[in-house]
Design a protein around this ligand. Structure first.
Ligand code: UDP
Ligand code: MG
Length: 329
């Protein structure tokens, strides 16, 4: 079986069109398949629409989260619920085009355990984002302690073994494209042209994107911390140069005063920057120590078999046959 995991937050304009496109792409793959839609606390009619769709198409599983947990929380709930031997992750707004699904599956059948969809080009209505994305990927790859493919988001395929490795991680501040590279296994790349969102506005806030970018950097690099050392040597050098200068040169009282206050501000700025960097890591350490889950599932709606309350692990305890359905093959 192949699973497609799709996080959904307020996508009522798109869901039916999206599912139709996925169904067309999956029709001829010659294998059982399911689409796991994760309703991330939508406030519109998305959940009802998905349940309606499920009545017409039993390939659908609807995971309803207890509230809005954000993109990564929704994806991780979907990854825990998916029953496939190959599991695809994609956004539900056509930015990751359903037409590419057969290519991912072909690469997997060709022996790859992790298939990464890399953006050959990007259509992006939002100009600021279009500018920032490539910069972010390049900064990340420049400072990352582990090589992460450029221009790849969550879109891709994981086989059961790679997925279990990722599901087994206890890490809370997740950057999936990084972890997917980090777990290893045989990788393949499929290039695609990223589309603009088909309808509606982007659902991720700018702040949540910054948080995500910081997660990526802090979880794959200690270099920002080492940067503090570099700054301290700049400060030291300035002390020596200015000290020598002060020994041999005179100057008016006013210019000396200005010079001193500039130096005080410069040192203050450097210290605060370092504190901020340390804070980013420290906050995440605190987060990880509490080890709260990435998201909480309210109910899982399976076609024909009814509704299960709670997480797939609990469903596994009570109804192993159902949870494993399709996996045995
Ligand atoms: N999404 C989600 N929870 C959120 C925000 C977004 O599940 O809190 C879903 C959204 O419905 C979409 C995908 O995540 O399927 C990507 O979101 P969006 O298109 O807004 O992000 P962008 O493409 O702008 O980065
Ligand atoms: Mg999008």
């Amino acid at each position: 079986m192949i699973s497609v995991v799709v996080p959904i937050y307020n996508e009522e304009e798109l869901i039916s069109t999206f599912h139709a496109a996925v169904a067309v792409a999956m029709r001829d793959i010659g294998e059982e398949w399911e689409v796991v839609y994760v309703n991330d606390g939508s406030r519109d009619s998305s959940l009802e629409l998905m349940k309606d769709l499920q009545r017409q198409d039993p390939h659908i599983v609807v995971v309803d989260l207890s509230r809005n947990w954000g993109h990564m929380g929704a994806i991780s709930a979907g990854l825990r619920t998916a029953r496939g031997e190959g599991v695809i992750v994609m956004d539900g707004d056509f930015q990751d085009p359903p037409a590419v699904l057969p290519e991912l599956i072909a690469a997997w059948r060709g022996g790859a355990q992790v298939v990464v969809a890399v953006r050959r080009s990007r259509q992006e209505g939002r100009k600021l984002l279009a500018l920032l994305f490539p910069i972010f990927y390049r900064v990340l790859s420049a400072i990352s302690d582990y090589p992460i493919p450029l221009d790849a988001g969550i879109f891709g395929l994981l086989d059961r073994q790679a997925l279990d490795s990722i599901n087994g991680l206890r890490e809370g501040n997740r950057y999936l494209p990084g972890l997917r590279a980090w777990v290893g296994y045989r990788n393949a790349i499929v290039y695609y042209d990223r589309q603009d969102r088909l309808a509606g506005d982007g659902k991720l806030s700018f702040i949540s994107r910054i948080k995500y970018a910081m997660d990526a950097i802090t979880s794959f690099s200690f270099k920002p911390l080492r940067f503090c050392f570099a700054l301290s040597s700049v400060s030291m050098a300035a002390v020596i140069v200015l000290g020598l200068f002060a020994l041999f040169a005179g100057g008016s009282a006013a210019s000396i005063g200005l010079g001193i206050s500039a130096a005080v501000f410069a040192v203050g700025a450097m210290l605060l920057l370092c504190l901020g960097i340390i804070g980013e890591y420290l906050g995440r350490v605190y987060d990880e120590v509490r080890s709260r889950p990435l998201s909480i599932i309210n109910k899982v709606h399976y076609a024909n078999e009814g509704i299960m309350a709670g997480t797939p692990d609990r469903i596994m305890e009570r109804e192993p046959a159902l949870a494993l359905k399709g996996r045995a093959a």
